[in-house]
Design a protein around this ligand. Structure first.
Ligand SMILES: [Zn+2]
Length: 83
């Protein structure tokens, strides 16, 4: 923010803390994310790109029980012999 004097690209990355990227001349450049307002950012003057760290998207797979399913209860209340 505040550095957008020229056309600055913004790239969202999920890597941390170092971002490796390739310049047009073929050089691999590493920039380090720094803590900034609202998250971590890295600025590369060489290619006028701002890298913004963004947490990997949450998995589409639910890791907890779905609230849509009614709780299972009662199956064991009669004892194991009761089935
Ligand atoms: Zn660069």
């Amino acid at each position: 923010m505040g550095l957008a004097s020229r056309r600055m690209r913004t790239v969202y990355v999920a890597e941390y803390p170092a971002i490796q990227h390739r310049h047009e001349d073929g050089h691999i450049v590493t920039v380090r994310l720094k803590r900034a307002e609202g998250g971590f950012r890295a600025l590369c003057a060489g290619c006028e790109t701002e890298f913004v760290y963004r947490k990997p998207a949450p998995s589409a797979v639910a890791h907890f029980k779905s609230p849509l399913l009614p709780p299972v209860k009662g199956n064991w209340e009669g004892g194991d012999d009761d089935r």
